[in-house]
Ligand binder design. Structure first.
Ligand SMILES: Cc1cc2nc3c(=O)[nH]c(=O)nc-3n(C[C@H](O)[C@H](O)[C@H](O)COP(=O)(O)O)c2cc1C
Length: 492
């Protein structure tokens, strides 16, 4: 069953031995971040942390802080409520292959899948736990007003421009089609009622914003924090523009999401989240944002971004504030990205049936490095796959793609590097293209554009400008392996 609240998810982590509670008072200024960084860098991603007494400006916050809640393969599986993320991929593969049933058994199984999809559609309710406490923000601050300074928002790195909300689910709507979008875009705190809105130019939130700016209309924006962790996962997933994240989240958790209307803006949000920040973005208003210690492991420089103005904060009575930090890998975001790749592998395979497996290793911080294994049948097929990936959604940012043969395990970086070094002649087996670059990448000469490189580390076929017999890879006989296994067992 779906988690009815973020706390229920934390209880599940606790029961599974995946949560450490920190009862000591810990400052939200750098100390929670330092503690979390140590945990994220421990083997397998460490544990989730619940800081029960976060300190903000010398005062204990009313709300605890949970961090690193999805920072391991086990915790991601718990968040998605599956034994393994591969199970979701299998389900997606089934749906993609769906065709009219040819017999009753197949008919039942398709029906079952259909029901899951029907359950996925969000539905509207009148009341939600996220509005148990409502603070509308007036034109002028009042003495007892709850504002952003009452939330335990963390400062992550010493030279950050301030405190940042790091796991905000930003809900926007296309003013023309009404299509909803949810994305995670960090928010820098400027004061008690104003923040930055860091949607990069290629993201859907920015596209929605542009539509409002063109119409000269104020853009309503709702930011949710917490609730079922599936919302946060769906918000980070690189879904195609127009595919509703909340529908996808409903499909993942097999239960439709209940939506409640915000109090001060015309936006619907999941009724069970912990906090809702209601507000708006004013067309044309930009403000310097950053610096921020980023996914890349470096500080991102100050740049102008839109500004979010708060009109209300609503929350659960027992709300927990969710956070993450990003930085030199491995961090929590690696596990989120890794799960996305594994879940969407069937979609890649549908477009490129020769793809066997694919991964974005942690050292590449999402977009910098892709390993893909293929079943190669014809010359230059590896280059065809690379160009295809560079044209697919956020895969456009992939700086280096290494293609290997199907018998190479892409999850074993050492094996991939061995194939790369052994199987390539750089002049013959590489290609360099021009493409949009990740806004956060500091290496290109100009921001947002750059070059990407592909390496064909597969064995060469006739027609690939290799004029000698391709040598055979060393492999021991199965018989010799079995005999040595048996001998070694005797010695134990
Ligand atoms: C922890 C975390 C923080 C992120 N911060 C940002 C951000 O500040 N700006 C941004 O454009 N994308 C950020 N992303 C990536 C987007 O959430 C991701 O690209 C998502 O697919 C965007 O959704 P959209 O395609 O609906 O715009 C972040 C991802 C994670 C996991």
């Amino acid at each position: 069953m779906a988690y009815r609240s973020f706390r229920k998810f934390l209880d599940a982590l606790d029961e599974a031995g995946e949560l450490k509670r920190v009862a000591l008072p810990v400052d939200t200024d750098l100390l929670i971040a330092e503690w979390a960084d140590r945990e994220m860098k421990s083997p397998g991603g460490g544990k989730a942390l619940l800081f029960e007494q976060p300190i903000v400006d010398g005062k204990k916050s009313e709300f605890p802080v949970a961090i690193n809640t999805m920072g391991s393969r086990r915790r991601i599986a718990l968040a998605l409520q599956v034994a393994d993320v591969g199970d979701v991929a299998q389900e997606i593969q089934l749906i993609l292959k769906a065709k009219p049933p040819t017999d009753l058994r197949e008919g039942w199984s398709l029906l079952k899948q259909g029901i899951h999809l029907l359950h996925a559609r969000p539905k509207h309710v009148k009341e939600g736990a996220c509005q148990e406490v409502v603070h509308e923000i007036g034109e002028r601050p009042t003495p007892n007003e709850i504002t952003l300074s009452d939330l335990p928002i963390i400062k992550c790195w010493p030279k950050d421009g301030g405190r940042f909300i790091t796991l905000p689910n930003v809900h926007t709507r296309d003013p023309e089609t009404g299509a909803r979008n949810v994305g995670i875009y960090r928010m820098q705190i400027y004061d008690e009622r104003t923040t930055g809105m860091h949607w990069q130019i290629q993201k859907v939130g920015a596209r929605h914003g542009k539509r409002y700016y063109e119409r000269g209309e104020r853009m309503p924006v709702a930011v949710t924090l917490g609730g079922d962790p599936i919302y946060t996962f769906a918000a980070t997933a690189p879904l195609p523009d127009g595919l509703d994240e909340l529908l996808f989240a409903g499909f993942l958790r097999r239960k439709s999401i209940e939506l409640v209307r915000c109090k001060t803006i015309d936006v619907d949000v999941p009724a069970d989240v912990d906090f809702v920040l209601e507000g708006y973005v004013q067309p044309g208003e930009m403000r310097p944002e950053g610096p921020f210690g980023d996914h890349t492991g470096f500080y991102t420089a100050i740049e102008d971004y839109p500004v979010f103005h708060l009109t209300a904060i609503t929350h659960r009575r027992d709300a927990v504030y969710p956070a993450t930090i990003v930085g030199i890998p491995p961090m929590e975001d690696y596990y989120i990205g890794d799960a996305c790749v594994r879940i969407f592998l069937p979609v890649f395979k549908m477009n490129f049936p020769e793809i066997v497996d694919m991964t974005l290793p942690p050292e590449g911080v999402f977009h910098n490095l892709v390993f893909v294994s293929i079943r190669k049948q014809y010359p230059y097929q590896a280059f065809k796959v690379m160009h295809g990936l560079w044209g697919m959604g956020q895969m456009m940012f992939s700086k280096y793609i290494v293609a290997v043969d199907e018998d190479c395990d892409v999850h074993n970086t050492s094996e991939v590097l061995f194939r790369l070094c052994a199987n390539t002649d750089p002049a013959r087996d590489t290609t360099i293209i021009k493409n949009p670059s990740d806004s956060l990448d500091h290496a290109p000469t100009n921001q947002n554009v750059g070059s990407h490189m592909g390496f064909d580390a597969t064995r060469k076929l006739p027609g690939e400008n290799y004029h000698r017999p391709w040598p055979e890879l060393l492999k021991m006989t199965e018989e010799a392996q079995a005999l040595v296994d048996a001998l070694q067992a005797q010695m134990r």
